[in-house]
Write a protein that binds this ligand. Sequence first.
Ligand SMILES: C[S@@+](CC[C@H](N)C(=O)[O-])C[C@H]1O[C@@H](n2cnc3c(N)ncnc32)[C@H](O)[C@@H]1O
Length: 292
Amino acid sequence: MASSMRSLFSDHSRYVESFRRFLSSSTEHQCMQEFMDQKLPGIIARIGDTKSEIKILSIGGGAGEIDLQILSKVQAQYPGIHINNEVVEPSGEQIAKYKELVAKTSNLENIKFVWHKETSSEYQNRITEKKEIQKWDFIHMIQMLYYVKDIPATLKFFHSLLATNAKILIILVSGTSGWDKLWKKYRSRLPQYDLCQYVTSSDLSQMLDKLGIKYECYDLLSTMDISDCFIDGNENGDLLWDFLTETCNFNTTAPPDLKAEIMKDLQESEFSIKKEGKVLFNNNLSFIVVEA
Ligand SMILES: C[S@@+](CC[C@H](N)C(=O)[O-])C[C@H]1O[C@@H](n2cnc3c(N)ncnc32)[C@H](O)[C@@H]1O
Protein backbone atom coordinates (compact mmCIF):
# COMPACT_ATOMS: atom_id res chain seq x y z
CA MET A 1 0.00 0.00 0.00
CA ALA A 2 1.39 3.42 -0.91
CA SER A 3 2.00 5.46 2.24
CA SER A 4 0.10 8.50 0.88
CA MET A 5 -3.21 6.62 0.99
CA ARG A 6 -5.22 7.39 4.09
CA SER A 7 -8.55 6.28 5.43
CA LEU A 8 -11.63 8.27 4.46
CA PHE A 9 -12.57 8.28 8.14
CA SER A 10 -9.57 10.51 8.91
CA ASP A 11 -11.42 13.37 7.13
CA HIS A 12 -14.91 13.52 8.62
CA SER A 13 -16.28 16.22 6.27
CA ARG A 14 -15.13 14.32 3.19
CA TYR A 15 -16.63 11.13 4.62
CA VAL A 16 -19.99 12.86 5.13
CA GLU A 17 -19.87 14.38 1.61
CA SER A 18 -18.96 11.08 -0.05
CA PHE A 19 -21.74 9.35 1.93
CA ARG A 20 -24.21 12.00 0.62
CA ARG A 21 -23.00 11.35 -2.96
CA PHE A 22 -23.41 7.60 -2.36
CA LEU A 23 -27.00 8.19 -1.19
CA SER A 24 -27.83 10.28 -4.27
CA SER A 25 -26.24 7.75 -6.65
CA SER A 26 -27.76 4.65 -5.11
CA THR A 27 -31.18 3.18 -4.41
CA GLU A 28 -30.09 2.69 -0.76
CA HIS A 29 -32.81 4.82 0.82
CA GLN A 30 -35.47 3.79 -1.73
CA CYS A 31 -34.69 0.17 -0.87
CA MET A 32 -35.04 0.96 2.83
CA GLN A 33 -38.30 2.83 2.14
CA GLU A 34 -39.65 -0.26 0.33
CA PHE A 35 -38.81 -2.36 3.38
CA MET A 36 -40.39 0.18 5.75
CA ASP A 37 -43.59 0.25 3.63
CA GLN A 38 -43.91 -3.47 3.05
CA LYS A 39 -42.35 -5.28 5.99
CA LEU A 40 -41.98 -2.89 8.92
CA PRO A 41 -45.71 -2.64 9.81
CA GLY A 42 -45.81 -6.41 10.45
CA ILE A 43 -42.56 -6.30 12.43
CA ILE A 44 -43.70 -3.52 14.78
CA ALA A 45 -47.31 -4.74 15.01
CA ARG A 46 -47.07 -5.64 18.72
CA ILE A 47 -44.17 -3.55 20.09
CA GLY A 48 -46.51 -1.08 21.85
CA ASP A 49 -49.20 -3.47 23.07
CA THR A 50 -50.42 -2.59 26.60
CA LYS A 51 -47.91 0.30 26.81
CA SER A 52 -48.70 3.97 27.47
CA GLU A 53 -45.55 5.16 25.66
CA ILE A 54 -43.34 3.62 22.97
CA LYS A 55 -39.60 3.94 23.46
CA ILE A 56 -37.39 3.88 20.38
CA LEU A 57 -33.58 3.91 20.41
CA SER A 58 -31.78 4.86 17.19
CA ILE A 59 -28.10 3.91 17.11
CA GLY A 60 -26.17 5.82 14.43
CA GLY A 61 -29.29 7.63 13.21
CA GLY A 62 -27.30 9.92 10.88
CA ALA A 63 -29.35 12.79 9.45
CA GLY A 64 -32.62 11.11 10.47
CA GLU A 65 -34.24 10.43 7.08
CA ILE A 66 -34.81 6.74 7.75
CA ASP A 67 -35.57 7.34 11.44
CA LEU A 68 -38.51 9.56 10.48
CA GLN A 69 -39.85 6.89 8.13
CA ILE A 70 -39.74 4.38 10.99
CA LEU A 71 -41.47 6.84 13.31
CA SER A 72 -44.28 7.42 10.81
CA LYS A 73 -44.92 3.66 10.65
CA VAL A 74 -45.04 3.45 14.45
CA GLN A 75 -47.46 6.42 14.52
CA ALA A 76 -49.66 4.67 11.95
CA GLN A 77 -49.67 1.47 13.99
CA TYR A 78 -50.38 3.22 17.31
CA PRO A 79 -52.21 6.49 16.47
CA GLY A 80 -51.85 9.21 19.11
CA ILE A 81 -49.56 7.23 21.43
CA HIS A 82 -46.64 9.16 22.91
CA ILE A 83 -43.26 8.16 21.45
CA ASN A 84 -39.91 8.74 23.10
CA ASN A 85 -37.24 8.66 20.36
CA GLU A 86 -33.63 8.78 21.56
CA VAL A 87 -30.73 8.96 19.12
CA VAL A 88 -27.15 7.86 19.80
CA GLU A 89 -25.02 9.56 17.13
CA PRO A 90 -21.37 10.68 17.52
CA SER A 91 -21.35 13.19 14.64
CA GLY A 92 -22.39 16.74 15.55
CA GLU A 93 -22.87 17.48 11.82
CA GLN A 94 -25.34 14.61 11.45
CA ILE A 95 -27.22 15.61 14.61
CA ALA A 96 -27.55 19.19 13.31
CA LYS A 97 -29.03 17.86 10.03
CA TYR A 98 -31.36 15.55 11.95
CA LYS A 99 -32.63 18.49 14.05
CA GLU A 100 -33.19 20.58 10.88
CA LEU A 101 -35.20 17.74 9.37
CA VAL A 102 -37.34 17.38 12.51
CA ALA A 103 -37.94 21.15 12.55
CA LYS A 104 -39.33 21.14 9.01
CA THR A 105 -41.40 17.95 9.29
CA SER A 106 -45.04 18.10 10.33
CA ASN A 107 -47.00 15.54 12.37
CA LEU A 108 -44.31 14.90 14.96
CA GLU A 109 -46.22 16.45 17.90
CA ASN A 110 -46.55 13.22 19.88
CA ILE A 111 -42.82 12.44 19.58
CA LYS A 112 -40.15 13.56 22.01
CA PHE A 113 -36.66 13.63 20.50
CA VAL A 114 -33.45 13.34 22.54
CA TRP A 115 -30.01 13.27 20.93
CA HIS A 116 -26.91 11.85 22.61
CA LYS A 117 -23.68 12.92 20.91
CA GLU A 118 -21.77 9.72 21.55
CA THR A 119 -20.88 6.32 20.08
CA SER A 120 -22.80 3.17 20.95
CA SER A 121 -20.03 2.01 23.29
CA GLU A 122 -19.86 5.42 25.01
CA TYR A 123 -23.63 5.19 25.50
CA GLN A 124 -23.30 1.63 26.81
CA ASN A 125 -20.55 2.64 29.30
CA ARG A 126 -22.41 5.75 30.44
CA ILE A 127 -25.71 4.09 31.20
CA THR A 128 -24.05 1.03 32.73
CA GLU A 129 -21.88 3.16 35.04
CA LYS A 130 -24.77 5.40 36.06
CA LYS A 131 -27.04 2.35 36.41
CA GLU A 132 -29.56 4.13 34.16
CA ILE A 133 -30.46 1.01 32.25
CA GLN A 134 -33.94 1.18 30.75
CA LYS A 135 -35.85 -1.07 28.40
CA TRP A 136 -36.74 -0.15 24.81
CA ASP A 137 -39.57 -1.23 22.51
CA PHE A 138 -37.68 -0.82 19.24
CA ILE A 139 -33.95 -0.41 18.68
CA HIS A 140 -32.44 0.11 15.26
CA MET A 141 -28.88 0.05 13.95
CA ILE A 142 -28.97 1.09 10.33
CA GLN A 143 -25.76 0.87 8.31
CA MET A 144 -23.63 1.55 11.40
CA LEU A 145 -22.31 -1.72 12.82
CA TYR A 146 -19.23 -1.34 10.58
CA TYR A 147 -18.01 1.32 13.02
CA VAL A 148 -18.41 -0.71 16.20
CA LYS A 149 -15.31 -2.38 17.61
CA ASP A 150 -16.82 -5.34 19.45
CA ILE A 151 -19.97 -6.25 17.50
CA PRO A 152 -20.97 -9.41 19.47
CA ALA A 153 -20.70 -7.52 22.81
CA THR A 154 -22.75 -4.66 21.35
CA LEU A 155 -25.44 -7.03 20.07
CA LYS A 156 -25.58 -8.80 23.43
CA PHE A 157 -25.87 -5.51 25.34
CA PHE A 158 -28.64 -3.99 23.20
CA HIS A 159 -30.50 -7.30 23.10
CA SER A 160 -30.57 -7.19 26.91
CA LEU A 161 -32.37 -3.81 26.71
CA LEU A 162 -35.42 -5.16 24.87
CA ALA A 163 -38.80 -4.85 26.60
CA THR A 164 -41.68 -7.32 26.11
CA ASN A 165 -42.57 -7.72 22.39
CA ALA A 166 -39.64 -5.46 21.46
CA LYS A 167 -37.47 -5.90 18.35
CA ILE A 168 -34.10 -4.78 16.99
CA LEU A 169 -33.77 -3.92 13.29
CA ILE A 170 -30.26 -4.10 11.84
CA ILE A 171 -29.51 -3.07 8.26
CA LEU A 172 -26.18 -3.99 6.67
CA VAL A 173 -24.89 -4.71 3.20
CA SER A 174 -25.77 -8.22 2.13
CA GLY A 175 -23.27 -11.05 1.90
CA THR A 176 -24.39 -11.29 -1.77
CA SER A 177 -23.46 -7.66 -2.52
CA GLY A 178 -20.53 -6.30 -4.51
CA TRP A 179 -19.21 -4.86 -1.22
CA ASP A 180 -18.54 -8.37 0.09
CA LYS A 181 -16.40 -9.19 -2.95
CA LEU A 182 -14.66 -5.82 -3.00
CA TRP A 183 -13.75 -5.94 0.70
CA LYS A 184 -12.60 -9.57 0.66
CA LYS A 185 -10.37 -9.03 -2.36
CA TYR A 186 -8.88 -5.60 -1.66
CA ARG A 187 -9.07 -4.78 2.04
CA SER A 188 -5.41 -5.69 2.68
CA ARG A 189 -4.32 -3.17 0.03
CA LEU A 190 -6.53 -0.30 1.22
CA PRO A 191 -5.86 1.95 4.23
CA GLN A 192 -6.60 0.19 7.50
CA TYR A 193 -8.65 2.01 10.07
CA ASP A 194 -9.31 0.21 13.29
CA LEU A 195 -12.68 1.92 13.73
CA CYS A 196 -14.13 0.39 10.58
CA GLN A 197 -14.82 -3.26 9.98
CA TYR A 198 -15.76 -4.85 6.70
CA VAL A 199 -18.77 -6.74 7.99
CA THR A 200 -21.74 -8.05 5.98
CA SER A 201 -25.00 -9.80 6.87
CA SER A 202 -23.27 -13.21 6.51
CA ASP A 203 -20.81 -12.29 9.28
CA LEU A 204 -23.63 -10.93 11.39
CA SER A 205 -25.72 -14.12 11.04
CA GLN A 206 -22.76 -16.15 12.31
CA MET A 207 -22.35 -13.81 15.30
CA LEU A 208 -26.05 -14.00 16.20
CA ASP A 209 -26.03 -17.80 15.85
CA LYS A 210 -23.05 -18.00 18.19
CA LEU A 211 -24.81 -15.78 20.73
CA GLY A 212 -27.95 -17.93 20.48
CA ILE A 213 -30.03 -14.87 19.52
CA LYS A 214 -33.06 -15.51 17.29
CA TYR A 215 -33.47 -13.43 14.14
CA GLU A 216 -35.00 -13.28 10.69
CA CYS A 217 -33.17 -11.95 7.66
CA TYR A 218 -34.67 -10.35 4.51
CA ASP A 219 -32.59 -9.41 1.47
CA LEU A 220 -33.60 -6.61 -0.92
CA LEU A 221 -32.01 -5.57 -4.21
CA SER A 222 -30.24 -2.21 -4.38
CA THR A 223 -27.78 -0.66 -6.82
CA MET A 224 -25.28 2.20 -6.84
CA ASP A 225 -24.69 4.02 -10.13
CA ILE A 226 -20.89 4.12 -10.43
CA SER A 227 -20.75 5.29 -14.08
CA ASP A 228 -19.06 8.59 -13.06
CA CYS A 229 -16.17 6.56 -11.59
CA PHE A 230 -15.08 5.78 -15.15
CA ILE A 231 -14.93 9.45 -16.27
CA ASP A 232 -11.54 11.05 -15.64
CA GLY A 233 -11.64 14.15 -13.45
CA ASN A 234 -15.34 13.76 -12.60
CA GLU A 235 -15.91 15.22 -9.10
CA ASN A 236 -18.87 12.96 -8.29
CA GLY A 237 -16.87 9.96 -9.53
CA ASP A 238 -13.95 10.95 -7.26
CA LEU A 239 -16.21 11.06 -4.19
CA LEU A 240 -17.81 7.74 -5.10
CA TRP A 241 -14.35 6.17 -5.47
CA ASP A 242 -13.57 7.38 -1.96
CA PHE A 243 -16.77 5.84 -0.62
CA LEU A 244 -16.17 2.52 -2.43
CA THR A 245 -12.60 2.18 -1.20
CA GLU A 246 -12.98 4.05 2.11
CA THR A 247 -9.91 6.01 1.06
CA CYS A 248 -9.53 9.79 1.15
CA ASN A 249 -8.82 11.10 -2.40
CA PHE A 250 -8.38 7.57 -3.75
CA ASN A 251 -8.09 8.80 -7.35
CA THR A 252 -5.06 10.98 -6.68
CA THR A 253 -3.32 8.84 -4.04
CA ALA A 254 -3.85 5.19 -5.09
CA PRO A 255 -1.07 3.32 -6.93
CA PRO A 256 -2.09 3.17 -10.64
CA ASP A 257 -1.98 -0.66 -10.73
CA LEU A 258 -4.41 -0.93 -7.78
CA LYS A 259 -6.80 1.56 -9.35
CA ALA A 260 -6.66 -0.25 -12.71
CA GLU A 261 -7.38 -3.62 -11.07
CA ILE A 262 -10.36 -2.34 -9.06
CA MET A 263 -11.66 -0.44 -12.09
CA LYS A 264 -11.62 -3.61 -14.17
CA ASP A 265 -13.26 -5.68 -11.42
CA LEU A 266 -16.02 -3.15 -10.81
CA GLN A 267 -17.26 -3.81 -14.34
CA GLU A 268 -17.38 -7.59 -13.87
CA SER A 269 -20.75 -9.29 -13.36
CA GLU A 270 -20.03 -10.37 -9.76
CA PHE A 271 -19.67 -6.69 -8.84
CA SER A 272 -22.11 -4.86 -11.08
CA ILE A 273 -24.50 -4.99 -14.01
CA LYS A 274 -24.56 -2.75 -17.11
CA LYS A 275 -27.94 -1.23 -17.89
CA GLU A 276 -28.94 1.59 -20.30
CA GLY A 277 -25.32 2.70 -20.59
CA LYS A 278 -24.84 2.80 -16.80
CA VAL A 279 -22.66 0.69 -14.54
CA LEU A 280 -24.73 -0.36 -11.52
CA PHE A 281 -22.78 -1.72 -8.53
CA ASN A 282 -24.52 -4.44 -6.48
CA ASN A 283 -25.53 -2.69 -3.23
CA ASN A 284 -27.98 -5.39 -2.00
CA LEU A 285 -29.06 -4.84 1.58
CA SER A 286 -30.00 -7.24 4.38
CA PHE A 287 -32.62 -6.43 6.99
CA ILE A 288 -32.12 -8.45 10.15
CA VAL A 289 -34.89 -8.51 12.71
CA VAL A 290 -33.92 -9.66 16.20
CA GLU A 291 -36.57 -10.70 18.74
CA ALA A 292 -36.60 -10.08 22.51
C1 LIG B 1 -23.57 5.19 7.03
S1 LIG B 1 -24.23 6.30 8.20
C2 LIG B 1 -25.88 5.72 8.33
C3 LIG B 1 -26.82 6.79 8.80
C4 LIG B 1 -28.30 6.40 8.82
N1 LIG B 1 -28.56 5.34 9.77
C5 LIG B 1 -28.75 6.02 7.42
O1 LIG B 1 -28.87 4.83 7.12
O2 LIG B 1 -28.97 6.94 6.61
C6 LIG B 1 -23.49 5.72 9.70
C7 LIG B 1 -23.80 6.58 10.90
O3 LIG B 1 -23.28 5.95 12.07
C8 LIG B 1 -22.64 6.92 12.87
N2 LIG B 1 -21.65 6.22 13.69
C9 LIG B 1 -20.35 5.96 13.39
N3 LIG B 1 -19.77 5.27 14.39
C10 LIG B 1 -20.72 5.06 15.32
C11 LIG B 1 -20.72 4.40 16.58
N4 LIG B 1 -19.65 3.80 17.06
N5 LIG B 1 -21.86 4.42 17.32
C12 LIG B 1 -22.99 5.01 16.83
N6 LIG B 1 -23.04 5.64 15.61
C13 LIG B 1 -21.92 5.65 14.89
C14 LIG B 1 -22.04 7.91 11.87
O4 LIG B 1 -21.76 9.16 12.44
C15 LIG B 1 -23.13 7.95 10.82
O5 LIG B 1 -24.09 8.95 11.08
